[in-house]
Structures are given as C-alpha cells and as structure tokens.
Design a protein around this ligand. Structure first.
Ligand code: NAD
Ligand code: GLY
Length: 348
C-alpha cells in the first residue's frame, strides 16, 4: 500500500493498494468522524462493489444510503445532478455528512459536483474503480457535468477529503476501459515523465506503482496551481481536440480514446510546425500497443466549431498544450485564427 499526501486548499491522503474496499470504512473513519454517508455510484459498479463498501462503512460506524444512476457519460448531465441533489435533501444529509463517489470518472465528477454544491459544499471521498479515475480524475478537485454545448462546462473546484484506490477493482474492468486508463497514463509520460512513457512502451509495468507515480505528478502540479491558472493546463494535453472528437462521436468514443486521438493530432501539428522532436510515430506505436485509436474522421470546420465551445477558449485566444519531446510539453496561447491555420495542417 502507498499513501500520497496532497496539500492543496484541503489536505488529504490518496491511499493506493490491494484489498482496500473491505477496509474502506476504517480508512474513512481515520479522516472523517462517522456520520451519514451517501454512496453515489453507477449501474455497473454498484452491483460489483456497492455492498462491500456499504458494509465496511457501517462496520466503522457510518450509516449509509445509496444513489445509483445509469452508467456512462450520457448520465453526466444536469438532470442526473438534479435527481441526486433532491435525493440528498430527501435523505436529510447535513453539512457534517459525506458523499462517497464509488466508480469511474463519470461518478467522481458527478458526485464531486453534488458535494461541491449541496448545502454550499459538503465533504466527499473518492473511491475510483477505473484506471483513469485512479490516476487522474479522483485527485485534484475538478468536478463537473456536461451540457449540450460541451463537456464539463458546469462545475466547481472541490477537493475530496480522502481518496481510496483499491487496484483489485481493475480486475473487473472491460479491456477497453483498461486501455482508456492507460491513455491518460501515457499522457502523463508525454507531459513530464519519459521514464513512465518508456515503462508503458515496454509493457513491463506494475499498475500500483504507475498509478502512484501519476498521482504524485498530479499532486505536485495541483499544489502549485490548484485553480488552473497556469501549469495545471499542461494536464490538458490532447484534451481540447480530444473533447471535440468525443463530442462529435456522440460519446461512442470514450474519454480516454478521445484523448489518445487528441494527443496524436496535436503531436502532428507540433511536428508540422517544426517544434522540437518528432514524436508522432513513437506515440502512435505505444497507443496502438494498447488498442487505442490514433485517428478520427472529422473536418477542420467541425473541429474548429466544437473546439471553440471548449473551456480553454478565452475571448479570441485558445491555450494549447504542445509536445516538444517525450517528457516535455509547452503551453502556447494562440489566436483562434492561428488555431484554425494549425488545424488546416492536419484536417481538410
Ligand atoms: P466511466 O466512469 O464512465 O467508467 C467507464 C466504464 O467502466 C463505465 O461503464 C463504468 O460503469 C465502468 N466501470 C467503472 N469501474 C468499473 C469496474 N471496476 N469494473 C467494471 N466496470 C467498471 O469513465 P472513466 O473513463 O472512468 O472516466 C471518464 C470521465 O472522467 C469523463 O467524464 C471525463 O470527463 C472525466 N475526467 C475527469 C477528470 C477530472 O480531473 N475531474 C480527469 C479526467 C477525466
Ligand atoms: N485532468 C486534468 C486536471 O485535473 O487538471
């Protein structure tokens, strides 16, 4: 078991290891006095792990209630949010009670946003059950839901009080979801950790140690720039173009797959601009090794129009994360006109 301490506006522990679910009640009780815990989960995860988590919490002195919504990105919207908030109010959850987010990034973002806003904010615990949520979304306090204009456009920064990552839960992940999680880990490698990238490239890695490494990288960035005014933007590598692809596909491409395509596209642009080393072929080999998509059929106009609805657009400018070499990326603020020219280099 490893523990990473995060010293953001809230100080909390990220506990990573095996067989943690049956002890999650005691681990939670070390951080939070027993109270009422609303377990929020989805229709795939709750049947697998819900009772184990509830029993462990109850054995540690918590009382529990649960809200389960249909699995998938399509549920990450204001309707589900409103249903959960009404549920929490009917259950009379108070300011001293907690929410437990049990699931992948969709559950974490949704339950986190409920925690950020219900009664103007209550504490919550993240129990990530996908590789993606373990290495990225459960840490750092970004919570959000999607609206028809774009992904994650309604949200809040709200740090969890504790993150418990039981790597045994990955055993039930469909192989596609394993690949999606590895996509975000490859992303960390391209941003700032060549060694991590090479571990993934070799296929010889230990899941607990690579998740710990990603959480440490994220911790270091979030502690310096919690509200994403600067360095944290680096974590968005592949996301501006990726979010557009994800939305264009009607969410048939998952987040991790879309990020893989987004990273490929921005690497191609970087190469065409003559920035740094040529990394596209190397990146493609590693993404393909994990059955991740490297291309997507979209026109330049579609990409431009959807991307302009993204959060990274600030007036007439957009901030892009551009790879220079494996392990080094830069932030570049460009005008929307220049962004359009950049897209013309790779799309028709
Ligand atoms: P997800 O939560 O939809 O999970 C993927 C699928 O796996 C779902 O069908 C889910 O029910 C299922 N699942 C989850 N755990 C399982 C398990 N242990 N066994 C079997 N099935 C399981 O998707 P995700 O890839 O975890 O997360 C993607 C979401 O995370 C997106 O909405 C994205 O925007 C968000 N995200 C947020 C941040 C952040 O910082 N807040 C960062 C990255 C991504
Ligand atoms: N996933 C990007 C971030 O948390 O900033």
């Amino acid at each position: 078991m490893t523990t990473v301490d995060v010293n953001a506006s809230v100080k909390y522990k990220v506990v990573i290891g095996e067989e943690l679910l049956c002890d999650c009640g005691n681990i939670t009780a070390q951080a939070i006095l027993p109270c009422k815990a609303a377990v929020i989960s989805d229709s795939n995860v709750f049947p697998l792990y819900g009772e184990k988590v509830k029993t462990s919490l109850e054995n540690a002195g918590f009382s529990t209630v649960q809200y389960v919504f249909p699995a998938g990105e399509k549920s990450k919207n204001l309707n589900t949010y409103s249903d959960i908030i009404e549920f929490l109010a009917r259950q009379k959850l108070s300011r001293t009670d907690i929410i437990i987010a049990l699931g992948g990034g969709v559950v974490g973002d949704m339950a986190g946003f409920c925690a950020a806003t219900y009664l103007r904010g209550i504490r919550f615990v993240q129990i990530p059950t996908t590789i993606l949520s373990a290495c990225d979304s459960s840490v750092g306090g970004k919570t959000a839901v999607d609206i028809s204009t774009g992904k994650n456009l309604v949200g809040a920064f709200h740090q969890p009080s504790l993150v418990i990552c039981d790597t045994d839960t990955f055993e039930t992940l469909p192989s596609r979801e394993v690949s999606c999680g590895l996509s975000e880990i490859i992303k960390y490698g391209v941003i700032c950790d060549k060694e991590l990238f090479e571990e993934l490239a070799s296929g010889d890695y230990d899941i607990q140690s690579i998740i710990t490494r990603c959480v440490e990288i994220k911790r270091d960035i979030v502690e310096k720039d919690e509200k994403e005014t600067g360095e944290r933007k680096l974590l968005n590598l592949g996301h501006t173009l990726g979010h557009a692809v994800e939305k264009h596909s009607g969410f048939t491409l998952s987040h991790g797959e879309a990020v893989a395509v987004g990273m490929m596209m921005i690497s191609e642009i970087s190469e065409k601009l003559g920035y740094g080393e040529k990394i596209t072929e190397r990146l493609k080999t590693v993404l393909e090794k994990y059955s991740l998509p490297c291309a997507y059929d979209i026109t330049k106009k579609e990409m431009f129009d959807i991307s302009c609805g993204d959060k990274k657009v600030d007036g007439k400018d957009i901030t892009l994360v551009i790879p220079r070499e494996i392990g080094k990326c830069i932030l570049e603020k460009v005008t929307l006109e220049k962004f359009s020219d950049m897209l013309s280099m790779i799309l028709e």
